[in-house]
Structure formats: C-alpha cells, structure tokens
Design a protein around this ligand. Structure first.
Ligand code: NAD
Ligand code: UD1
Length: 337
C-alpha cells in the first residue's frame, strides 16, 4: 500500500511514517517545511533503513499534488499538514483558514481528480470546546473557541458534507488528545520553534536548561490539585492509531470519527513530577494566572476506537516522559545538522 502523507516531516507525521514503514506501508511525503526540517528524512532513514520519497511543496499547490498523483499509485492520503498554534491563530486567523481549510479543500479536489477516495484527517479534541463532562465520547457536541479550533471544525464539517455527496469515499476524522513523547531511539521528537505553547516541550526545555522555569497556568481549577488535567498520549501510540485506521476502516466507505486518547487524565503537577523522576532533576515552576481559553479537564473515552479499530494506547506515562527526555537530552536544540 502506498500512502501520501501531507505534513510527513512534522512531529506526528514523522513518527507515523516510521510505523508505516515498519509495517510494510510506503509513505510518500509532501511537506513545505514551514514547521519542520529536511533532516527528519535522514532520521527516518536512520531508524528504519528506508528513506521515504519526499516532495517539498504546499498542499495549496494543485500542480505538485497532480505531479504526485501522476507519479505514484496512491491508495490513501493521511493529511497532517496544517498550522497548530492557538495564540498565533487568534492574531492571524486568515492564515489559519487559508492553510488549514483552503489547503484541505485543494487536497480533496486533487484527490477527486486523481480518483483517490480514502482520506484520514488530523483533527483535535479541541473540537469538543469545553465539554459538559468527561470522558468525552465522539457524539458529544462540538464547538470552537479560537480560529485554530474553528479551522479543524470547519474542515470536519466540509468533509462531512462532501461525504454525504460522495458516500463511496472513506473519510476518517481522528481527534487527537495531547500527543507527547518521542521515538525510542532519541533521534526523532517534537521540535517547536520559539517558545513552546504546549506543556511537555516547555518542561523538557526547562530540564535541559534552555528555559529557567515553567509557568503553571492556574492552580484554582476544580481538579484534584487545582491544575489542568489532560489526556496525554504517546506519539507512537497515536501513530499506530493511524495504521489501525488505514487497515481497518479506510477500506470501508463511510465517514468514520474516532477519539485517539488513553482514557486517563493527568494534571500539570503530575506531569512535572513524572518528568522530574525521568530526568532526575527538579523542574522549577511558578504558578501563573489561568491561560485564556483553557479548560479544566479533558480526556477521551477511547472505547469506540478500540472496538472498531482494535487499537488501544499501550505506552505508560513513564514511557512518555522518559522518551521525551531522551530526545531532549540528545538534541538539546532540536533538529540540527
Ligand atoms: P507539525 O507542525 O509538527 O507538523 C505539521 C507539518 O505540516 C509541518 O511539517 C509543516 O511544515 C507542514 N505544513 C504546514 N502547512 C503546510 C502546507 N500548507 N503544505 C505542506 N505542508 C505544510 O504538527 P504536528 O504536531 O505533527 O501536527 C500534525 C497535525 O495534527 C496538524 O494538523 C495538527 O493541527 C494536528 N493536531 C496536533 C496536535 C498536537 O498537539 N501536536 C493535537 C491535535 C491535532
Ligand atoms: C492546547 C491548545 C489546543 C490544542 C492542544 C494540542 C490552547 C488554549 N489549546 O491544548 O487547541 O489542540 O494544545 O496541541 O492553547 N500549561 C501550563 N504551562 C505551559 C503550558 C501548558 O501550565 O507553559 C498547562 C495548560 O494550562 C493545560 C496543560 O498544561 O492545563 C496542557 O496544555 P497544552 O499542552 O497547551 O495543551 P492543551 O491546553 O490541552
């Protein structure tokens, strides 16, 4: 099976390509390297022995999509390419709608022309907004509180309308909870540019001495220790979720929606304590006011994915923080030639 992977040199895409190669699926990567480096291709080759075919280009460029579909017999598309910084999306909403929404429409139109009818899309638990209760099931109401989240919701809605008109397609929406961790080798991981927005990359940069201390955004939430609770999932488990979707449902016509999470929540302070244990050093932190738009707690009910895909997250919290630390310690400045 040959799969076009948009955004394949990014954090989740690169780990998914590795799991694909290991199970005999051939990835063809399209990435404009806006938020990733070509060096990732060397690292994928290093750990798998296979260098994925790579096109540097943009999902908004119909010509490059046509070239790829003409040069390869693509069976399915896994679509990771997108922008993901919530704060930036508030400042530059059009950039987000253009890249995430218009980009996806362009990709689907190119697939239609090429007769490729199987798509797996990277959605997010952010589409549940502030959930009325936890754990979150796929049939919970959706809403968005910022342009990034709205772009994901818009794409979900566009794809759902498109599927009604084209029921022979297989479209899978994967709603990720909080991906963390890194490849066991320590050669691939998350490499945010500038100040990390997400918790674990920030903690890892404190541990490695790139930042002085963590700011904990609020300790007055209605949670056991007052800090925010999230469903952290190892990126390799998440990658395996894509393979399960590819093998189990992307053969079947339909609009398929799955939560990819562990079903367990951990607080900010629990994550800090776990990381301190893995790195064997203290992580200094200071309590700051709540971050606007944050919710108290969010975790998945992943039972539908288990039932339908035969997939379940396997890796423990300890592995998540140990693997993150190994990557950060071996690559203190991220990917560098
Ligand atoms: P990432 O930034 O590491 O990877 C995205 C990749 O897409 C990057 O390599 C970037 O260069 C590329 N890209 C962006 N716009 C492009 C375009 N127009 N054309 C071609 N390539 C383009 O992000 P990630 O964490 O790997 O996330 C992958 C997907 O999963 C994104 O769609 C993101 O919104 C979604 N998601 C991520 C998280 C998370 O916490 N990381 C959570 C939920 C959903
Ligand atoms: C954020 C995004 C969400 C996105 C998700 C995964 C916001 C408002 N939401 O969610 O849209 O889908 O990332 O990419 O940005 N925290 C700190 N200090 C930090 C960073 C985070 O205390 O420096 C806390 C947060 O308040 C939260 C938890 O850590 O309680 C996790 O934060 P984060 O990693 O940003 O993920 P989300 O808030 O789930």
């Amino acid at each position: 099976m040959k799969v076009l992977v948009t955004g394949g040199t990014g954090y989740i895409g690169s780990h998914t390509c590795i799991q694909m190669i290991a199970s005999g699926v051939t990835p063809v990567i399209l990435d404009n390297l806006y938020n990733s480096k070509a060096l990732v291709l060397d690292r994928i080759e290093e750990v798998t022995g296979t260098r994925p075919e790579f096109y540097q280009g943009d999902i908004r460029d119909s010509a490059i999509l046509e070239t790829i579909f003409a040069q390869h017999r693509i069976d399915a598309v896994i679509h990771f390419a997108g922008l993901k910084a919530v704060g930036e999306s508030v400042e530059k909403p059009l950039m987000y709608y253009e890249n995430n929404v218009a980009g996806t429409l362009n990709l689907v139109q190119a697939m239609e022309r090429a007769g490729v009818t199987r798509l797996i899309f990277s959605s997010s638990a952010t589409v549940y907004g502030d959930p009325a209760s936890v754990p979150i099931r796929e049939n919970f109401p959706t809403s968005a509180t910022n342009p990034y989240g709205r772009s994901k919701l818009m794409v979900e809605e566009c794809l759902s309308d498109f599927h009604k008109a084209n029921p022979e397609w297989s479209i899978t929406l994967l709603r990720y909870f909080n991906p963390v961790g890194a490849h066991k080798s320590g050669r691939l991981g998350e490499d945010p540019q500038g100040i990390p927005n997400n918790l674990l990359p920030f903690v890892a940069q404190v541990a490695v001495g790139r930042r002085e201390k963590l700011g904990v955004f609020g300790n007055d939430y209605p949670t056991p220790d007052g800090t925010g609770v999230r469903d952290y999932i190892h990126v390799v488990d998440l990658a395996d979720g894509h393979l399960a979707a590819l093998n189990k449902v992307s053969q079947k016509a339909g609009l398929h929606i799955f939560n990819l999470g562990t079903g367990h929540g951990n607080s900010v302070l629990e994550m800090v304590a776990a990381f301190e244990q893995a790195a064997q050093k203290p992580i200094p932190y200071q309590i700051l006011p709540r971050r606007p738009g944050d919710i108290a707690e969010c975790w998945a009910d992943p039972s539908y994915a288990e039932q339908q895909l035969g997939w379940k997250a396997q890796r423990s919290l300890q592995e998540m923080v140990e693997d993150t630390w190994r990557w950060q310690e071996m690559n203190p400045q991220g990917y560098q030639d």
